[in-house]
Design a protein around this ligand. Structure first.
Ligand SMILES: NC(=O)C1=CN([C@@H]2O[C@H](COP(=O)(O)OP(=O)(O)OC[C@H]3O[C@@H](n4cnc5c(N)ncnc54)[C@H](OP(=O)(O)O)[C@@H]3O)[C@@H](O)[C@H]2O)C=CC1
Ligand SMILES: O=C(CO)[C@H](O)[C@H](O)COP(=O)(O)O
Length: 471
């Protein structure tokens, strides 16, 4: 039998879709899933002449061309270690394992180091785009050994989404955990973007008094302008879906409580460790946590009732929400890219921020028209140190920030929960303000703990006997 180009291990929604994507592009794919029933289901529902399914992992690996390429699409965490353990005995020096799941980047660093000792190359490959992206072209973020990358590059670039300029949404990110790090931050931005959109929905519904059908039309119009993105497009569709089990709009019968698998939380924890402010991402994680307290929220609503919707139904109001959302979105992506910039030097990855923005332009969940502008901002000869210093984005925020402030003020007065937008304003004000109040914090620390303080007018550390003045 013809030798296979690559193996895909794990045939749930992502693995199955990626295998079919590879096969559609002419690659011979060896496919394996721990539970054989899942493989059989795939063979029945998605037969493909370029996909060969194996019942045993050893037979799947033995069918591969050398150097063997094995892509894992299994549940992140322990499952990845368990599959690697089985693979190690089946592979030989120079073979390559790619982990396409949402693995934690520190696990990827550990696995890469361990497998290097066996002469195996290990790539942490961020894959974004959900089922549709994996099937027809995801955004791909590979991290691992640079020399070995050339061996997997043809497959990854071929199956990746293509941006409007025809470039594949796949680029070598950096050594060891760099690819999974970038995917983690991508997901952090995804959390903030989704939270901002749901806050704009609340504003249109509970301040504007718009119906789902009207909001769908508004989102469709927004998607024709500077807000154009995958998330705005699918959200417009969501407002129009009707429930199969009742006569209601589907959105209105979906529980007001959202789960999370952990990548947003990892981004937030990592940013705290790095000393980078990603408050909008953290706020979005917390929003999901609070959303889960349904019983408590219902109880609290009796004590602190909702206010009556304001019925501010007019075009000017909708435009204010649109501008607020756009300003919030700029700030969320700016926070994510600031974390990447910091991590780049911290982990010695030399992350090319412009290239990363370029591969986010299509295929992934956070794809958006303005990623073209982010790409340009970071690929200039002298790029700004932070997105908010780039002249294009500075101008955008100068013109849109008032709308963000107005919507935050209006929502707070109305009692609407808008944590992402509120943190967006605070971030902007901390970023731009010459008065952060930290002089007082220095004084307090020195007062209670003799932590010393720095002065504006001379260098060095100083201490004051604060109690002396009050004895
Ligand atoms: N779903 C999505 O939209 C996206 C998912 N991802 C990531 O891609 C990866 C795959 O995701 P998805 O397709 O949703 O599937 P899941 O994350 O639900 O994982 C299911 C797969 O993992 C396998 N698996 C679980 N435990 C083991 C084990 N101990 N040994 C061997 N195989 C095991 C399952 O095999 P079995 O059938 O035998 O249980 C199945 O093939 C995950 O890391 C996910 O986070 C990335 C981007 C988007
Ligand atoms: O990686 C993804 C998209 O890029 C996944 O859809 C991600 O798992 C979604 O995260 P969560 O379940 O925490 O909302």
């Amino acid at each position: 039998m013809k030798q296979q180009d690559i193996a895909v291990i794990g045939l749930a929604v992502m693995g199955r879709s990626l295998a079919l994507n590879m096969a559609d592009h002419g690659f011979a794919v060896a496919a394996y899933n721990r539970s054989y029933a899942v493989s059989e289901q795939m063979a029945k529902n998605h037969p493909h002449p370029h996909i060969h399914i194996y019942k045993e992992l050893k037979d799947c690996v033995a069918a591969l061309k050398k150097p063997r390429k094995v892509m894992l699409m299994v549940k992140a965490g322990k499952a990845v270690d368990m599959v690697i353990e089985q693979l190690v005995d089946l592979l030989e020096e120079g073979d390559i394992i790619l982990d396409g799941g949402n693995s934690f980047f520190e696990d990827t660093i550990r696995r890469e180091q361990a497998l290097r000792k066996n002469g195996l190359h290990y790539f942490g490959v961020g894959v974004s785009g959900g089922e549709e992206g994996a099937r027809f072209g995801p955004s791909i973020m590979p991290g691992g050994n640079k020399q070995a990358y050339d061996k997997i590059r043809p497959i990854l670039e071929t199956i990746a989404a293509k941006a409007s300029d025809g470039k594949p949404c796949c680029t070598y990110i950096g050594e060891n955990g760099a690819g999974h790090y970038v995917k983690m931050v991508h997901n952090g931005i995804e959390y903030a973007d989704m939270q901002l959109i749901s806050e704009a929905y609340l504003q249109l519904k509970y301040i504007g008094g718009y119906t789902n059908t009207e909001i769908a039309k508004i989102f469709k119009e927004w998607n024709a302008g500077e807000l154009e993105s995958f998330l705005i497009r699918i959200t417009a569709d969501i407002f129009l879906a009707s429930d199969d089990r009742s006569s209601q709009d589907l959105l209105d019968v979906i529980a007001d409580s959202a789960a999370q698998k952990g990548t947003g939380r990892w981004t937030s924890i990592e940013a705290l460790k790095q000393g980078v402010d990603v408050s909008m991402i953290t706020a979005s994680c917390n929003a999901r946590v609070m959303s889960n307290l349904l019983a408590q929220r219902h109880q609290a609503q009796i004590l602190y009732p909702d206010r009556k919707p304001l019925q501010r139904k007019n075009d000017a109001f909708v435009e204010t929400v649109r501008q607020a959302l756009y300003a919030g979105k700029i700030l969320a992506y700016a926070q994510g890219f600031a974390l990447l910039a910091h991590a780049s030097s911290q982990y010695d990855w030399q992350l090319a921020l412009g290239e990363i923005a370029a591969i986010f332009r299509a295929g992934c969940i956070i794809q958006a028209r303005f990623l073209n502008d982010i790409q340009q901002a970071f690929t200039k000869e002298n790029p700004a140190s932070h997105l908010l210093f780039d002249p294009f984005f500075a101008k955008q925020l100068q013109t849109h920030q008032q709308a963000l402030r107005d919507m935050v003020a209006m929502s707070i007065t109305q009692g609407l929960a808008i944590p992402a937008m509120a943190n967006a304003v605070s971030y902007l004000d901390m970023f731009r303000s010459s008065h952060s109040g930290a002089n007082l914090i220095q004084a307090q620390r020195d007062y209670f703990g003799a932590h010393t303080f720095e002065r504006c007018d001379m260098s060095g550390s100083f201490h004051h006997e604060w109690r002396r003045d009050h004895e």
